[in-house]
Design a protein around this ligand. Structure first.
Ligand SMILES: CC(C)(COP(=O)(O)OP(=O)(O)OC[C@H]1O[C@@H](n2cnc3c(N)ncnc32)[C@H](O)[C@@H]1OP(=O)(O)O)[C@@H](O)C(=O)NCCC(=O)NCCS
Length: 144
């Protein structure tokens, strides 16, 4: 069900990005993800529609989860866990041991999701996000 993003998915992922975030990434930056050697984009299609996606980056054996999102009508059904399970599987295959991420302080749902995958909250970056301005919580998982 979860698979790697293809060129033909980019437009749908970009539309989902705009629906899910107040500070969406541009279409061009998502397009670059298709052939990126650092970033892995995964999508969750349901009936030709991309309902969820995530992207993570691996550098020198360390992972960074950059984005994970489900379209509003598809939340609360365990679909983020399907994406996270694949993030874990890909990471393990690439011998990644540690992973980190940043998340908006107010995003309790995402913080819960990450905690359930073994991430712990390590520090706060003041006013890290724009639109709206908000602190970032830095979370680490030392055994992915
Ligand atoms: C964060 C997000 C990806 C979760 O997706 P989801 O498909 O609704 O999550 P799931 O149904 O798989 O639930 C996974 C876990 O998230 C947490 N969670 C989900 N809904 C929750 C809620 N309403 N309240 C509290 N925690 C919640 C729980 O820990 C849950 O695990 P559990 O069911 O075992 O308790 C989704 O809310 C989303 O797309 N948000 C907008 C984009 C975003 O903020 N992304 C994260 C930052 S990049």
């Amino acid at each position: 069900m979860v698979r790697e993003m293809r060129a033909e998915d980019v437009l749908l992922v970009s539309k989902a990005e705009e629906l899910c975030f107040t500070d969406p990434w541009s279409l061009d930056s998502i397009k670059e993800g298709v052939n990126s050697s650092l970033d892995t984009w995964l999508v969750l299609p349901v009936d030709e529609k991309i309902v969820g996606y995530c992207v993570f980056r691996i550098i020198a054996g360390e992972g960074e989860l950059l984005r994970i999102a489900l379209l509003p009508g598809f939340r609360g059904r365990g679909l983020a866990k399907k994406l996270m399970d694949q993030v874990v599987e890909y990471s393990r295959k690439k011998s990644v041991k540690t992973m980190f991420l940043e998340v908006r302080e107010s995003n309790k749902i995402a913080r819960n999701l990450y905690k359930s995958y073994g991430f712990s909250e390590e520090s706060v970056r003041k006013n890290y996000y724009q639109n709206p301005c908000e602190n970032a919580v830095i979370m680490w998982c030392s055994r992915i």
